[in-house]
Write a protein that binds this ligand. Sequence first.
Ligand SMILES: NC(=O)c1ccc[n+]([C@@H]2O[C@H](COP(=O)([O-])OP(=O)(O)OC[C@H]3O[C@@H](n4cnc5c(N)ncnc54)[C@H](OP(=O)(O)O)[C@@H]3O)[C@@H](O)[C@H]2O)c1
Length: 283
Amino acid sequence: MPILVTGATGTVGGSLVRQLVAAGHRVRALTRDPGSPAAAELPQQVEVVRGDFARPETLIPAFRGVERMHLVAMDGYGPLTTAPEILDLARRAGVRRVTHLGHDDPSRDDDDPLESESRAVKKAVEDSGLEWTHLFPGEFMANTWEWAESIKNEGVVRAPFGDWTSAMVHEADIAAVAMAALLHDGHAGRTYTPTGPEPVRRADAVRMIGRAIGREIRFVELTPDQAREHWKDVYPEIVIEWFLEMGEHPDMNAPVLPDVEQVTGRPGRTFARWAADHADDFR
Ligand SMILES: NC(=O)c1ccc[n+]([C@@H]2O[C@H](COP(=O)([O-])OP(=O)(O)OC[C@H]3O[C@@H](n4cnc5c(N)ncnc54)[C@H](OP(=O)(O)O)[C@@H]3O)[C@@H](O)[C@H]2O)c1
């Protein structure tokens, strides 16, 4: 039976697909556009199917013959408001187990607009009647891809809060936790928070990318107002304000949690490793 991976053309889903295929599993990958360059990069053994969370009925063919699925709670930056319908269709089609990749910040109130959307998906997953496992990772190492163009073109990173310290996590470790929860018993009803194995200062992350590509990179620290301007065409305003608010608490993402090692049996990959794995993206 194939395992259905949604978000398969994305950062975590792509890694999950490759790890499942490498371990000999049949994978069905969901995308809104099977003709996209990202879909073309999926391993050739993978069955690629079209579907759009915004129109849950389009997922029915993807669920056929599937018992296990990975759900990325994502509809652009908008809420995955259709999660209850998606999960209901999945259950009725025979899906039994779901890993849910999303976001949860327990320090924020229920009525916070970003949190209320995520919590609605979380509740839909828990009410779905499926065996569920939540994955609420820390900050992705892959977020530093945002710096790729300015590193390639100018050897510079412009970002606020050089002292921001985060136990950023490699996408392959999030995917490895999802894979364990999909393949093995004992993860139902669990919530995992994959983090990296060490806290990394933002300015040090820049240096580590420089080391991986053999080039010195200059870090230019932006003020919050400069960051608003810098990000205005990249992120919605609500997300920018959330980033800036987090920046006022430079250690809030620093704690290293044991979940990756406990679930996979291996320590998480370091940022230096991530930079080496993705060095070509910054050259
Ligand atoms: N970045 C972080 O630091 C961070 C931290 C904690 C949690 N998270 C969570 O991680 C998740 C994002 O994971 P990611 O970075 O691996 O994703 P990503 O690289 O941004 O890729 C998004 C994926 O979602 C799919 N997708 C988007 N809208 C869709 C729709 N309407 N219907 C079907 N598929 C759709 C896309 O597929 P197609 O384009 O091929 O259709 C793509 O494969 C989010 O839930 C986020 O809250 C992120």
